[in-house]
Write a protein of this length. Sequence first.
Length: 294
Amino acid sequence: MTLNIKSRNGVLFELPPSYGFFGGGTTGSDSNIIDYINKDTTTGNATDKGDLTVARYALAGITGSTYGFFGGGFTPASNVIDYITLATTTGNATDKGDLTVARYTPAGVQGSTYGFFGGGSTLSDIIEYITLATTSGNAIDKGVLTTGRRHLAGVSGSTYGFFGGGYISASTNIIDYITLSTTTGNALDKGDLTIARDGVAGVSGSTYGFFGGGVALNTIDYITLSTTTGNALDKGDLTVARGQMAGTSGSIYGFFGGGNAVTNVIDYINTTTTTGNASDKGDLTVARRYPTGV
């Protein structure tokens, strides 16, 4: 267990735990489940928090300082954006507004002010944004990806957000980036993943971003979040090869939850290091694929 300790005027005190959430997914039928985990610990199963406003899978997650947002999904294709309060472990999601276009399997990235949903069905290149401090209002168009695609993943730094992998006519290794402080402008090419794949999930640290899995793959790649050129490099492997899972990030650890074929596995990695395999943390409350994380 990692203690979340800070010092105030020379006196040590323990911060309250930080939580990560896995929302939606499918078990063969659409799920509205929102689970939570303690992101400061590397052991322990997920616990139920509440429900999404609409049961759906293949949605995208964006994490702000106060709220987490779940956008899009398949019910069929949805434009719903829900939000939850990140500091609480009980309570259902609430409606915030709508995406500009209903779609499934987009990816989410976020900065300090705005969150962005990129890509999705059917081979969409749309990038749209929301304001992270508000709980009402629809998404607004920002620009486009370099290539329209679905089943991609997002990782975020302090300045740039990156969209990696996905499916075009086959799996792709593309990594695009956007500037997170601006609400206009198209994505640009950064480089390539180590292997082309779709159904990938992303987690972010302070320095590195990680793309994990993909359909029938256990690969974990990393990129440096402060740079806009350069290919991904290999970090290690998931405990179980899978795609269609979700990622949620803490201050030290990143977590990959769920995936095909309908698993409850939660893995974790240390996001401060560029080598090392994932380890098992625990289980989701319900095994499912295509959840998303905030």
